[in-house]
Ligand binder design. Structure first.
Ligand SMILES: [Zn+2]
Length: 144
């Protein structure tokens, strides 16, 4: 099974491009490279400089936006989190008292509390949840 994707580690495209530009200019700088006696020292210094770059996630994202997957799947954890989370209801005649609301001894039916009907809860099917989400993404997606 795949691990859940960690969206908190996602960097914006602009941020990645900025980091790439910094890394390339650092590596391309011959005068910087020539200050080192050995390749090992150079490599260590490069790695240290790269580690110091600002890699804070979401530092350039609008706080009103969130990063979400395009689709809901079992692999990204959505299925187990959302299945049975939503339901619709329907009403049917009480099967115990057949809608009379009274038991044979004249007391209120214990199944429907005397109302004669029962409310049934039906889970929204997983495919429906996925389709609603897919439509929401297509309507609300913010393109970079
Ligand atoms: Zn009943």
């Amino acid at each position: 099974m795949m691990d859940k994707f960690n969206y908190s580690q996602l960097l914006t495209r602009a941020k990645l491009e900025q980091l790439r530009t910094i890394a390339v200019s650092l590596i391309a700088d011959d005068s910087y490279a020539m200050t080192f006696q050995t390749m090992g020292q150079y490599r260590t210094a490069l790695m240290k400089r790269l580690a110091e770059l600002d890699l804070q996630p979401h530092s350039q994202l609008n706080p009103d936006l969130v990063v979400m997957p395009k689709t809901l799947t079992a692999e990204n954890g959505a299925k187990s989190a959302l299945i049975s989370e939503f339901h619709v209801t329907s009403e049917q005649t009480c099967s115990y008292c057949e809608g009379e609301g009274k038991a044979s001894d004249g007391t209120d039916c214990i199944d429907c509390d005397g109302g004669g009907t029962q409310i049934l809860f039906h889970d929204v099917p997983w495919d429906t949840i996925k389709n609603i989400y897919k439509k929401a993404v297509s309507v609300c997606e913010v393109k970079p």
